[in-house]
Structure formats: C-alpha cells, structure tokens
Design a binder for this molecule. Structure first.
Ligand SMILES: Nc1ncnc2c1ncn2[C@@H]1O[C@H](COP(=O)(O)OP(=O)(O)OP(=O)(O)O)[C@@H](O)[C@H]1O
Length: 582
C-alpha cells in the first residue's frame, strides 16, 4: 500500500497550463505585449550609440550629438515606464493564479479521506500547500515574463544584428553547439533530481512537524536522540540531492558562460579582418559587439528561468497530485436511497500496512438505537474498528453498511449526518465558542447552543467566560483545559445530530465522578441513537444492550453484560478484576 501522496503526470500539468492560459488569455496577452514593447524600446539604445560613434568618426555638430543624447534619454524613460507597467500586470496575474491554485488545493485537501492524509503524514500535505504553492507562485510571477522578454530580446537583437551586418553576425554561430550539447546533457539529469529534492524536503518537513507535535511524548520517553537521528537522516538525504543539483550546475554553467564570451571574440576577429578589407565600418563592428554582449544577458536569463521552470513544474505536479486523489462525493443532493439504520458489519478485514492485518474478519450487527460497548486489551483493534464504522478508513475487504448501503458509498456530507466519531483527541479552534460549536453541520441558534452546552455539563463554565458564547478560545484566546475540550466535542456531536455515534474513550480525560455524570446525561441525550462506545472503564458496559470483547483483531465474545458474566469467559474475568480495583 503506497502511503505517499501522488504526483500529477506531465499530461495533467499541460492540461492545467492550457486551461489557465485560456481562462486568463486577455491578461496574458496584455502582459506579453507590454513586455514585448519594453524589449523593443530597449533595442533602440545600441542603435543610437552606434550612429553616435559613426557620426563622431565621420564628423558631426554638437547639436546633433545633443539631439541623439536627448533621444537616448527619452528612450530610457519610456522603457522604464513600460517595464513598470508590465511587471505590475505580471504580479497581479501571478497573485490571481496563486490564490486560485492555493484555494482549490486547500479545498480539495479538506475533503480528502482522513485515512489517506494520515497514511501520507500531514507534513507532505503541508509542504505541498505552503512550500510548493510558494515555488509555483515565484515561477508563475516571474518565469513567463522573464522567458518571454528574454526570447523577444534574443530574436530582435539577433535580427538587428543580421540587418546591421550579416557577416559579423556569423560570429554568433560559435555559441550554438556549446549551448545545445551542454543543455541536452543537463536537463534530463536535473529534472528527476529536482523531483527528488522536493520529496526529500517534504520528508524533512514531515519529520520536523512530527517532532514538534509529539514533543511531550519525546521528552517523556526520552526519545530525543532517536528523533534527532531520524531528522539527521532525512536532512542528510535532502542535502545529498541538493549537492547533486549543485554538481550538475557546475558542469552546465561554465559551458554557458563560454558560449556568451566566445561569439564576441569571433565577431572581433571577423570584424578586424573585414575592416581591413573595407567591408565594414568601425561603428558597425561596435554596434554588433554591443548586440552580442546585450544577448548574453537574455540568454543567461532564458537558461536560468528554464532551470527555474523545472522547480515550478515539480511544484505543480505535487499540487495537482493532491487533486488526483479521489475524494468522497460531496453532493448531498444526489438522489439515492436513504440508507437503513442498522449497522451491519460482515467479514471486515483491515490493515494499515500490507504485511500486518489488524482486523481479521469481524462480523457484527447492531440494530438501530442500540448501545454496543466494545472492550478488550490494548492493541486489540477497538479504535481501528471504530474508525471503519465511522467511514474514516476503508476496509481492505468485507463490508461496513447501514442496512444495505455501504458506508464507503455514502457522499461525505451525508456520511457526517449518519455517523460521527468522537475520540479522546479534541481540537479547540482559535475562534469564538459559538464558532467552535457551529463547526457542526447547520447553523444552530443560541438556545440550541446553550442546550447542548448544558447537556454536557458546561453551563457553569460558560457562564463564567468573560464574553459568554462570544469568548475567543484556543491558541491566543481563553484557555480550555483538556477535559473541557472533551465536553465541547461532545456538545458538537449533539449539535451534529447523527443517528449513530462512535465514542472512542470520549470521556477518558474526565475524572471518575464527572465521567459517570456525563455518561448518565449522555445516555438520556443519545437515547434513540445507535451508540458504539469503546471503553476502558467496564462500568459503562453494564447498561449496554450488547458487549463485544475484542482480542487480536477479532470479536471473541458478544452478548449482554449478564450473558457474558454467566458465560464466565474473558469478559467475566476482566469485570471481576475491575470490581476488585473499585
Ligand atoms: N495509524 C496506524 N498505523 C499503523 N498501525 C496502527 C495505527 N493505528 C493503530 N495501529 C496498530 O493497530 C493495532 C490496533 O490498534 P488500535 O488502536 O485499533 O487498538 P485498540 O484496541 O484501540 O488499543 P487501545 O485500547 O490501546 O487504544 C495496534 O497494534 C496498533 O499498533
């Protein structure tokens, strides 16, 4: 099972570029026109300087020299104004495209199956949404205008050179083999390496992100040295691919440098001979040499931006790759059968990694409105089963269905209305209490919010908040202790109003008394809904309709609390141990 997020293929990248070009064709055309004009105006300078030298050699008046100098100045001002407005357009277009690609990627990423994101590691997704979008932004904003400017400059300068003196222009030909052969050597080697660099830096980001997220666990278990070793390993890989990139550049760049200088020498040699043979004027040689020199800059720009395009291309492949991951169909309005409400699990098998199956064929039926408690030793697969019931992970084989409707066939918006998983990990978003609760579907009014908060025992806590429902919580706001966050999450579930709730140790952070109180309140509030409760505390199992005992990825006992006690199996043993502890 590949856990990496995919890369888009070359065809998908080309399709994106064409579509973007078509949609923004007017902006592109205006931007290119302005860059073209800037370049054209820039070519007038060398012509003026060439005529100045010729007229000084053949003799002229000061008035004529002053006139040429004034025209030269005007040309410079016009060129600067055109360049400014071309850059402004390029920046505006770049920002537009950047916003579009970032929004569409984040929109898609938020709809990705959680299992896919977890398997790939959030670092990869983060690096695509930040580093790669920034890289693409840089390329879009600069590469198209710079490459266009460079190409127009090269074509026009070359034409001007040929018109000025076809004989001297022949000196440029010496650059062709150097450029062609070195570039054909460089690009096929550097593109795969640039893809590798992006993947390696994404691993660095993932590893750093994990270390920061798990800082407490690392400190508690004294895993610092191991984490450092892991970080050094991924950094080492990133450094090695960067080194290879530098090496490739050190081979390619000297050939390019040579290809800019050699033509000037060639033109001077041909020019020296042609001047003696009275085939060209001195001014003509100077104009052509100035043109040749003026060409080295755009050639340099062209190659550097072609090189940069590879980075942009890789970034685009990574960004578009996220969009290629199928997301659950979100169209809640799609006509279809209402799913049944009985939970039916048949021969369910699941593994996180190919070589290690976690669930080995689970069969279970929970009629609508019943309460099932799942108990069992740590690592038995209880949470994994809970994730599959909530549609977060997809079965390898077998089925999880409401009635006859497979959970994985339900559109995402619909699935959220059918079943909600509540775990012990809760996130309090940095926004008001009202907004934190409104994250559940719908737009609950204040009375509904207050009822939900009362139901989970948060009424007193909320009354003491400085701004009531408008108090800003989370990072930078009012602190929310872990147990309160757990109660808030329960309130969200009540507001989301699903018919099936999976509680994975959802009250584990509360003390015994509060937990019992909350569980009593919840059993009234959740009455009529199907509740699958994964529990460590066995007292919760006493009031359940069914208790499932899991061991090593299988359900080994199933029945009511009394039936299982009477059977005197592993549940009875666990229960007796728990009773002795109380
Ligand atoms: N994201 C994951 N990637 C790989 N293996 C995992 C992942 N999550 C759980 N596992 C493995 O799957 C097995 C079952 O884990 P699971 O969390 O489902 O058990 P559990 O019965 O809920 O345990 P606990 O009571 O400790 O939470 C364990 O061996 C665990 O190491």
């Amino acid at each position: 099972m590949s856990t990496k997020l995919p890369l888009a293929g070359g065809a998908a990248v080309r399709r994106w570029m064409w579509r973007t070009l078509l949609v923004h064709r007017r902006h592109f055309a205006a931007m290119m026109l302005l860059f073209g004009l800037t370049t054209l105006v820039g070519l007038i300078g060398p012509q003026i300087l060439g005529s100045l030298v010729d007229s000084v050699v053949t003799g002229t008046t000061t008035g004529y020299v002053d006139l040429l100098a004034a025209v030269f100045l005007v040309v410079l001002v016009v060129q600067a104004l055109l360049a400014r407005s071309a850059r402004l357009r390029a920046t505006m277009l770049g920002e537009h495209l950047l916003a579009e690609s970032r929004e569409s990627m984040v929109g898609h990423a938020l709809r990705l199956p959680l299992g896919t994101v977890e398997a790939a590691g959030t670092g990869d997704l983060l690096s695509r949404a930040t580093t790669d979008v920034d890289r693409l932004d840089y390329t879009i904003r600069n590469a198209a205008p710079e490459i266009t400017t460079a190409l127009i400059t090269i074509v026009l300068t070359g034409t001007a050179m040929i018109i000025t003196s076809p004989l001297l222009a022949c000196g440029m030909l010496i650059a062709v083999p150097l450029m062609v052969f070195s570039t054909r050597w460089y690009f096929p080697r550097s593109l795969p390496n640039i893809e590798q660099i992006a993947a390696n830096w994404s691993d660095v980001q993932s590893s750093t992100h994990e270390s920061v997220e798990g800082a407490r666990a690392i400190a508690a278990l004294r895993l610092g040295a191991r984490r450092r070793a892991r970080n050094e390993q991924v950094l080492g890989r990133a450094a090695a691919s960067e080194k290879r990139h530098r090496y490739l550049l050190t081979v390619w760049l000297p050939f390019l440098e040579l290809s800019y200088v050699l033509p000037i020498g060639a033109i001077l040699l041909i020019g020296g001979w042609a001047y003696q043979a009275e085939l060209v004027e001195l001014g003509t040689i100077i104009t052509v040499v100035l043109y040749a020199q003026a060409m080295s800059n755009p050639f340099d720009e062209l190659f550097m931006w072609l090189e940069e395009l590879q980075t942009g291309h890789t970034a685009l492949q990574r960004i578009l790759g996220v969009r290629e991951i199928p997301v659950a169909d979100d169209d809640a309005s799609r006509p279809g059968e209402e799913p049944g409400r009985d939970l039916v699990i048949r021969d369910l098998r699941f593994s996180y990694r190919e070589d290690r199956e976690i669930l080995h064929g689970v069969d279970l039926t929970v009629p609508a409105g019943q309460r099932l408690v799942i108990v069992g030793p740590s690592g038995a697969g209880k949470s994994t089963l809970g994730r599959l019931i909530a549609g977060i992970s997809r079965p390898d084989s077998g089925s999880v269905a409401f009635g006859s409707t497979e959970i994985t066939d339900l559109p995402a918006a619909r699935l959220r209305r059918e079943v909600v998983l509540l775990t012990q990990e809760h996130h309090v978003f940095a926004c008001s209490l009202r907004e934190n609760l409104a994250l559940a579907d719908g737009d609950p009014n204040d009375d509904q919010l207050t009822d939900a908060l009362k139901a989970v025992g948060l009424h007193d806590w909320v009354s003491a908040l400085p701004d009531g429902l408008d108090t800003v919580l989370g990072a930078g706001g009012h602190p929310v202790p872990a147990a309160r966050a757990q109660q808030l999450a329960l309130a969200r579930v009540l507001l989301a109003d699903p018919h099936t709730v999976v509680l994975d140790e959802a009250t584990s952070l509360l003390d015994n008394v509060t937990s019992r109180e909350l569980e009593r309140a919840l059993s009234t509030l959740l009455a009529g809904r199907t509740v699958i409760a994964i529990a460590h505390r066995l007292h919760t199992a006493r009031n359940a309709d069914q208790v499932a005992v899991m061991s090593d990825g299988r359900i080994v006992e199933l029945g009511s609390h009394e039936e299982l006690l009477a059977a005197d199996g592993s549940y009875a043993r666990l229960y007796r141990v728990a009773q002795r502890r109380v």
